[in-house]
Write a protein that binds this ligand. Structure first.
Ligand SMILES: [Zn+2]
Length: 426
């Protein structure tokens, strides 16, 4: 067994140039989201690559999703290598959409430059490098002559950056990435090459609208200012709710540590007349704010919502004429890999062997597609593990280290071997 593991690592070393080349080729397809450019080109390119490596390629169009349009089709691709039988299915999933490049680059964001032991460009870190490593983890096992008992799969999916509804969520709803077909899932998001990420907090975006009464701005006392009332809400959030949330910490090892508690951010405010428009003297009869509440696995969404309703009712009791509406904008449940998961143990062992140090177990400050595997697909044994550096995601001059690409390829291959490998004596 030790020889086999060494053989797999040697095979991954031999694939170094190919891993780099696949990363570069993926970066050169600008799959910018929004709006979701070149998805079909990227999925078909990956599918052809899968076939060249001896995998079966499946294409899954997100039919029925409103974001799936003729101009911007939502096409997902899965590569499959069937096992000899009797083993679990391990699925490696990477999103191939990338955030817009933005400004501040010193290299071509879609050029795939290799320099200083790194591949540079939008998506190298988040997460085309991780996707390339996943593809070659499967190939390293083949090159090492391993016949797996279990099936191993790799998918390239769309729209993670915008919520994943036409990507992993859609594949989970359709039953393809769900518990009958997948036992373990690894998502090579950039959480650093020696860290295993076991989940994320919940997300509740909500909108508070305050409603006043319009009047002439020279006689504001004859109206009711929705902006003043929204100000009262923001003040209550700042002095009453946020200090309360800051006291709540989670058992999940969220990094950075500041996100290891319940948090609330105000995404946007608006009210009254548009700022650019010619103004008339009016008391604002409407104002609104959108809030981003990150809630803990120890909290319930219903309780988080009840807490906000209670706060708004307190404001109502203090402010004459206060009237509001509260609306949900988005809800993401928290997710956490079960304690003692064999998937985590397999990756820990791989990291120890490949990098010579203990893996750190972390949770992500933001959410990613793990929620869909868990909450929709019923696949709780899911983690993020991949080669990129977390802080570089969505930044200008994004890069991924080639040594980390190869190391994570080995770690994923060894983990697959542990989970789905040949039976002892078989
Ligand atoms: Zn990502």
């Amino acid at each position: 067994m030790k020889d086999l593991r060494e053989g797999v690592c040697r095979a991954a070393d031999g694939l170094r140039d190919e891993i780099v080349e696949l990363t570069r080729e993926l970066v050169r397809i600008p799959t910018v989201n929004p709006p979701g450019e070149n998805y079909a080109d990227c999925a078909r390119f990956l599918g052809r690559h899968f076939v060249e490596l001896g995998l079966e390629a499946e294409y899954h169009v997100a039919e029925g999703r409103p974001e799936h349009t003729e101009a911007h089709p939502r096409l997902n691709v899965i590569g499959v290598r069937r096992g000899a039988g009797g083993g679990p299915t391990v699925h490696l999933n990477g999103h191939f959409d990338v955030a817009p490049a933005g400004g501040g680059w010193s290299v071509d964001p879609f050029g795939g430059l290799v320099r200083d032991g790194r591949v540079w460009g939008r998506g190298t870190c988040d997460m085309k490098g991780g996707l390339a490593a996943a593809v070659y983890a499967i190939e390293a096992l083949r090159r090492a002559g391993v016949r797996l008992a279990g099936t191993v799969e790799v998918s390239g999916t769309v729209d993670e950056e915008s919520g994943g509804q036409a990507g992993v969520a859609w594949l989970a709803q359709s039953g393809r990435l769900a518990k009958d077909r997948v036992d373990y899932a690894i998502i090579p998001e950039p959480l650093n090459v020696d860290r295993i990420c076991t989940g994320h907090r919940g997300v509740w975006w909500f909108e508070v609208e305050t409603r006043g009464r319009i009047a002439h701005g020279s006689m504001p006392y004859l109206g009711v200012s929705a902006i003043d009332h929204l100000g009262a809400v923001l003040e209550a959030v700042r002095t009453e709710l946020q200090p309360e949330l800051a006291k709540r910490t989670t058992r999940m090892p969220v990094v950075p540590a500041g996100s290891g508690r319940a948090t609330l951010n105000v995404n946007t405010i608006s009210g009254g007349q548009a700022g650019q428009a010619v103004q008339t003297p009016c008391v604002a009869d409407r104002a609104m704010a959108i809030f981003d509440r990150r809630y803990l696995v120890e909290e319930a969404y219903e309780d988080a919502k009840a807490e906000v309703v209670a706060l708004l009712e307190r404001v109502r009791s203090r402010v004459p004429g206060f009237d509001y509406a509260l609306n949900d904008r988005m809800l993401v449940y928290p997710t956490e890999t079960p304690a003692g998961s064999p998937l985590v143990a397999a990756l820990q062992r791989g990291i120890r062997e490949v990098l010579g140090r203990e893996a750190a177990i972390v949770a992500s400050p933001g959410s990613y597609d793990q929620k869909h595997f868990d909450r929709i697909g019923g696949v709780p044994h899911c983690v993020a593990y991949g080669p990129g550096v977390l802080e570089l995601a969505h930044q200008p001059d994004e890069w991924v280290a080639i040594d980390d690409l190869v190391a994570s390829t080995k770690v994923m291959a060894l983990a697959i071997l542990d989970l789905a490998g040949p039976r002892h004596g078989g």
